[in-house]
Design a protein around this ligand. Structure first.
Ligand SMILES: Nc1ncnc2c1ncn2[C@@H]1O[C@H](COP(=O)(O)OP(=O)(O)OP(=O)(O)O)[C@@H](O)[C@H]1O
Ligand SMILES: [Mg+2]
Length: 136
């Protein structure tokens, strides 16, 4: 369990977690609105050697972003606006998982996807800007 007190600390945690990832890794990010999921992804991308950190922002409307890595991409999705698992299948990104790294905000929304994930990050909002973050 980790506690962060700022954006930067949450980014640093994401950056450090990147060492656990390899092509085929698929992360579910769980936490309420504003918990820090996108902030964590920015750090993750940095830790993966990403050089275009400015690309990392919320895919709430576009549903999926792809950020270049030395090999392959970091795919960044957000399921907040989806209601049906069918909509996930319609995004047609499933075949990209094995050769890339995938991170999904609100990844716990569809039980059908439980077996797709290799990691789960849970962010909880505590008092005073503190985030409680568990990574596994
Ligand atoms: N310890 C912290 N770690 C991360 N963000 C923090 C922290 N404390 C405060 N914040 C603020 O919380 C917000 C987190 O925004 P972010 O977009 O990362 O959340 P999110 O979980 O992706 O939200 P959404 O569900 O809307 O996509 C930012 O405004 C940030 O400044
Ligand atoms: Mg977000």
């Amino acid at each position: 369990m980790h506690y962060t007190k700022s954006n930067e600390e949450t980014e640093n945690l994401g950056s450090a977690f990147a060492k656990n990832l390899k092509p085929g890794s698929c992360l579910s990010l769980v936490g309420e609105l504003g918990a820090g999921k996108t902030t964590f992804v920015r750090g993750l991308y940095e830790g993966l050697g990403g050089v275009h950190l400015e690309l990392v922002h919320s895919p709430t409307f576009s549903l999926m972003h792809q950020y270049p890595l030395a090999q392959g991409f970091l795919y960044h999705l957000d399921f907040y606006r989806l209601d049906y698992f069918r909509e996930v299948l319609d995004l047609d990104f499933e075949d990209q998982i094995k050769d890339n790294i995938t991170v999904i905000e609100w990844g716990n929304k569809f039980l059908e996807m439980r077996d797709w994930y290799t990691h789960q990050i849970i962010l909880e909002v505590e008092n005073g800007g503190v985030r409680k973050i568990s990574m596994g």
